[in-house]
Write a protein that binds this ligand. Structure first.
Ligand SMILES: [Ca+2]
Ligand SMILES: [Ca+2]
Length: 166
């Protein structure tokens, strides 16, 4: 896993003499246009991820992602699910059945092809319409439906932009 995009960081420092103190500090970060869109986020398999620093409700977490030009994470592969588990936090993912009870949809309107529910979930216990990855148990099945007002960390996902046509 690469946690940072390919950027070249150069720091140059030049100190002058005691009689003539000089300090030049040059910091340059060169990124190719291929990876600058991911700068400061975690890069993993053509997507970029941001883990919130504060716990928030599902809606507030989603809004934070939208403001950043992203959305709550959509889990489409085992590797991505594993990546989220490795964050070792209880996190909101972009999955909800708020619109119709029992009909789970990703934030982009699609139906999950892969599902990683913990056994006996989703159980809608007391009205639970938002999905989280909760790091308990030993396998990939770590989704739990929770009340959307619960405060958890949010993980935003940004897809690699499609190459511009020339
Ligand atoms: Ca529900
Ligand atoms: Ca549940």
């Amino acid at each position: 896993m690469r946690s940072v995009p390919d950027c070249e960081v150069t720091v140059m420092m030049l100190l002058g003499s005691i009689h003539k103190p000089l300090l030049y500090l040059t910091l340059s970060i060169k990124c190719t246009t291929e990876n600058i869109w991911c700068l400061g986020w975690k890069y993993f398999r053509s997507s970029c991820y941001y883990v919130s620093t504060e716990t928030k409700s599902w809606n507030a977490s989603r809004n934070e992602c939208l403001k950043k030009g992203a959305d709550l994470v959509i889990v489409s592969t085992d590797e991505e699910q594993e990546f989220l588990i490795e964050l070792n936090k209880s996190i909101w993912i972009g999955l909800t059945d708020e619109e119709e009870e029992g009909v789970w949809k990703w934030v982009d309107g699609t139906t999950p092809t892969k599902r990683y529910w913990r056994s006996q979930h989703p159980d809608n216990a007391g009205g639970e319409n938002c999905a989280a990855v909760q790091n308990t148990g030993s396998n990939l099945s770590k989704w739990n439906d929770l009340p959307c007002s619960h405060k958890l960390y949010g993980v935003c996902e940004k897809k690699k932009p499609v190459e511009e046509q020339h």
